[in-house]
Design a protein around this ligand. Structure first.
Ligand code: BGC
Length: 906
């Protein structure tokens, strides 16, 4: 099969001119690559993930299934489930007529404030790798390509387009590269997205070491390296470093400029051929070369709804549950108070390119009402707000014109920088969040246009309303002809629109309930760059003390459920969070509600870690992440015990930001961010420094309990390269069926390099009925014991004792056993690596011995002498340095012979 593919590729390549080849290496527009009509080669279409396939529209009527955010998927620790999510995402990608899903995102939770933490799986490379492999296998099983991103170390949003991540090779290999390595070697991922940032000074999309040596050389990646959107910085360095496809189009650096560089002799034609081969391979693998592209469709599949509900519930982590507050007892509860800013408005996803327009959203309040039916009364209060900028203007208050059916407003487009004359296009819009990159709409001139949004506003209640505008471009808002918000005459830069929008400008106006007002918003693309956008916010009058209302209903209820968290404004691509506190007055809300009703459950709805100053006083806490469109159903399933929680934290929750591993290094300065904590990321740091987290990595409670017994290893001593088998029996010792995530950690007891206290190297999820037992088996290969040796430039597991720990979290180890690795294991050297550091009389002894070829030369010439204790003390010295102290042994002749032998190694 693959020979047939390769022959087909060669046949096409032979017919192409240099210009055509270079054109293929660049995008045609935002989501398509260029094609060659003459040869019947169409463009390939890509679409964003990772929690849905959005299609080419940033907004509008084209809806998609919204899956749980990857952090929630990782919290399931269920690879089989994540593979099924991948399959569903593959189907969604096809519904959007696309061939490649730009996902998964596998950057590491290095800092808890990372804007895209919700979009990444975990702080741990092993868990991230397992999730990535399952996800990619699922996506690619549908004939769709995955594009793993962002390669590499795009672990923060602060200055992501320019910052240089300064990181040591060992750290790169042990923490940041493994998910990519597994994706290539195990899941055979079809494409990889190069990151925006620099790595040790060089932009990732023109980094020959990571793209060519590691990815394409060592790992033998045969797919396409795609630049992140506008991350290509050059023609010649990028082309020679291994970037294959510049996105988006039209071409800036590849295309004609690449052809020119070939003619100038700066890039070889063979290099361009390699890019084209890779692209054609991707097109054949995804059917892009053979099947006509389907139009975009929104298909709301019942089986996806069910899968999303299951995964969302399974990712939820029960953090605390005292006095059996949960699960809620239907037979005893008559009235529940549903409280909080995230109760009525579900926060189902984070912000940025991961955003999709969901088919529908089940809010927590909807979910609770449905589950409670007539049997349990549901009271509701907002409690407080948690918006960063004003919530979007509610379409329910709006109609396009008096007497016309709502909800929505009329939106007219003009091909001039201010509205005048006849509009070139008119539509009704409901969501007052508009963004365009590239094309605007048919007939609208992207280089300069304006919009008039108008209609009638009928306020639901009397009082002071606040309106707000954020725009990439200029904007102003008036009511009944009176200007309320001016974001036109002057603007301050803000965070919205990936940092390309203005700060929010607000204005207030008193309105009467039921009266009809004329609303008008004018937008001009003047001053906007390639991204244009407008957000219209509207906040209704709030009660004088909204928390008091919440307290009042909490007092009357049997149980109070407080839904707090963040929103896609706080956790988004483009910027990081400032802190890890609940925004607004949410902490105060929790404190006052629990003071009024001791049966209070806090339900967290967010992407990254949060502090919980009220934790001591609240009996139950459930972390629900950004759980996707089935949010409310999944939460109600867990609260009522229809689903027994089995999620475990994929990331440590710290007590305070100051306790976190990168606190002294983040966010970097002078254009650089030092990864100074090295390999001590996440729990590796908390364990080594003995810092108490709020909740440790791998933690999560269940409504039942599990007992671990009979931990057994296949051997107490193994040879280098041999596998170790580990088994342990887990029993459900409680009253309910449930699932347990059995975690396996490895520790190297004594090492010549600094190593973590424990590292996750295996896990398994088991479903058990009450009283049922299951024996879980793990196999550990030599890599599971190894560290990356920077000098020897390869993986090494040192001889000696290791501990295997098995437990329910990284801080709840239930059993441990020791074994001995008889001799040091070293991964075979890569050819390129070997040629990098030629061995000589000037190499430290340690380096000579770490290389099997160097060690063989020394053994041949020095024999038994190598076993002398003095040799161990001299490991950091070269033979040249040692020679004067051992003239009898290291004679001139001996040194010359060793030198000749080392030189012959190349
Ligand atoms: C993001 C990518 C995304 C791309 C296309 C970039 O800003 O970093 O993750 O796939 O945009 O939307």
């Amino acid at each position: 099969m693959s020979d047939v593919i390769e022959e087909r590729i060669e046949a096409l390549l032979r017919q192409m001119t240099l210009e055509e080849k270079a054109a293929l290496a660049a995008g045609a527009d935002l989501w398509h690559t260029a094609g060659i009509e003459r040869l019947g080669i169409p463009g390939l279409k890509v679409t964003d993930g990772p929690s849905g396939a959005r299609g080419s529209q940033w907004q509008g009527e084209m809806t998609s299934a919204c899956f749980p955010a990857p952090v929630c998927l990782a919290a399931t620790w269920n690879v089989e489930l994540v593979e099924r999510i991948g399959q569903a995402l593959g189907q969604e990608t096809q519904s959007k007529g696309a061939h490649v899903l730009l996902a998964p995102t596998v950057n590491i939770h290095r800092v808890p404030v990372g804007g895209r933490s919700f979009e990444c799986f975990s702080e741990d490379p092993y868990l991230t790798a397992r999730m990535a492999v399952a996800y990619i296998r699922g996506v690619q099983s549908q004939g769709v390509g995955a594009c793993i991103k962002h390669f590499v170390c795009n672990d923060q949003e602060f200055q992501r387009n320019s910052i240089s991540v300064e990181v040591r090779e060992r750290v790169l290999r042990e923490i940041y590269l493994p998910p990519f390595e597994a994706a290539v070697q195990e899941a055979h991922v079809y494409s990889v997205m190069g990151a925006y940032n620099r790595l040790n000074g060089t932009f990732c999309c023109e980094h020959p070491y990571i793209l060519t040596e590691v990815l394409k050389g060592e790992w033998q990646f045969d797919g396409v390296v795609i630049s992140d959107w506008t991350a290509t910085q050059s023609t010649v360095p990028s082309a020679n470093a291994g970037l294959d496809l510049e996105m988006p189009g039209p071409a800036r650096y590849f295309g004609p400029r690449l052809a020119e560089a070939v003619r100038a002799g700066q890039v070889s034609e063979a290099t361009v051929d390699d890019k084209v081969r890779r692209l054609l391979r991707l097109m054949i693998r995804t059917g892009a070369l053979d099947q006509p592209r389907q139009p975009e469709r929104a298909i709301d599949r019942p089986e996806h709804r069910q899968l999303i509900r299951q995964a969302a519930a399974e990712g939820m982590v029960l953090l605390k549950n005292e006095r059996g507050v949960l699960p809620l007892d239907r037979t005893r509860i008559r009235r529940v108070a549903v409280i909080g800013p995230n109760a009525k408005t579900a926060r189902i996803m984070g912000g940025g390119s991961a955003h999709v327009t969901p088919h529908y959203v089940i809010s927590p309040l909807d979910g609770m009402r449905e589950k409670c039916g007539d049997a349990i009364e549901v009271l509701y209060a907002l409690g407080c707000t948690n918006h960063k900028t004003l919530p979007l203007l509610d379409p329910e208050w709006l109609t396009p014109a008096e007497g016309e059916p709502g909800p929505g407003l009329r939106c007219e487009y003009f091909n001039a920088l201010e509205p005048a004359g006849q509009p070139v296009r008119t539509e009704v819009i409901k969501r007052l969040h508009l963004m365009w990159i590239g094309d605007i709409a048919p007939g609208v001139e992207p280089s300069g246009f304006s919009i008039r949004i108008s209609g009638k506003l009928v306020p639901p209640q009397s009082g002071t309303y606040t309106f707000g505008l954020i725009s990439a471009g200029l904007s102003r808002l008036s009511i009944d002809g009176k200007e309320i918000v001016d974001n036109w005459s002057s603007q301050t830069p803000g965070e919205a629109f990936f940092g390309m929008g203005s700060a929010e400008v607000t204005g207030t106006v008193d309105l009467e309930a039921g009266r009809v007002y004329s609303l008008e918003v004018i937008y001009s693309s003047r001053g906007a760059t390639f991204l244009k956008g407008l957000i219209v916010g509207g906040l209704p009058p709030l009660p004088a003390d909204p928390i008091a209302e919440a307290v009042e209903i909490a007092r009357r209820a049997d149980v109070a459920l407080v839904f707090v968290g963040t929103t896609d404004e706080w956790e988004s691509e483009g910027f990081d969070r400032q802190d890890i506190e609940l925004p607004g007055r949410q902490n105060e809300l929790v404190e006052r509600v629990v003071a009024a009703n001791p049966n209070t459950v806090v339900i967290l709805n967010n992407g990254g870690p949060l502090t919980m100053p009220w934790l001591e006083r609240v009996p139950a806490v459930l972390e629900t992440w950004f759980p996707g469109q089935e949010c409310g159903h999944a939460i109600a399933d867990v609260l009522f015990g229809d689903v027994n929680p089995s999620g475990k934290l994929p990331t440590t929750f710290p007590r305070r930001l100051q306790d976190t591993p990168a606190f002294l290094h983040y966010p970097g300065e002078g254009g650089k961010i030092y990864y100074g904590e090295g390999i001590f990321v996440g729990y590796r740091y908390y364990d080594k420094k003995k810092v108490e987290p709020l909740f440790p990595f791998g933690f999560g409670l269940s409504y039942t309990t599990f007992v671990y017994e009979g931990l057994a290893l296949s051997a107490f001593e193994i040879g280098p390269g041999e596998e170790l088998e580990v088994q342990v029996t887990v029993t459900n010792s409680g009253p309910r069926a449930g699932q347990e995530v059995v975690q396996l950690y490895v520790q190297d007891v004594a090492s010549t390099v600094i190593r973590p206290e424990r590292e996750l190297k295996g896990f398994a999820k088991v479903a058990l009925q009450p009283g049922e037992s299951q024996t879980v088996r793990f196999r550990l290969g030599p890599r599971a014991l190894a560290y990356f040796d920077e000098q020897g430039r390869r993986w090494v597991a040192e001889a000696g004792e290791y501990v295997i720990e098995v437990g329910s979290s990284s801080r709840d180890i239930r059993a441990s056993e020791r074994f001995v690795l008889r001799e040091t294991w070293m991964a075979p050297l890569q050819l390129e690596q070997a040629s990098r550091a030629p061995l000589s009389l000037h190499s430290p002894l340690r380096e000579l011995l770490a290389d099997p070829r160097g060690a063989a030369v020394l053994r041949e010439h020095l024999g038994e002498l190598l076993n002398l204790p003095q040799v161990r003390m001299a490991l950091d010295f070269s033979l040249e340095q040692i020679a004067p102290f051992a003239p009898q042994v290291l004679t001139k002749e001996k040194l010359a012979a060793i030198e000749t032998a080392l030189r012959s190694l190349g």
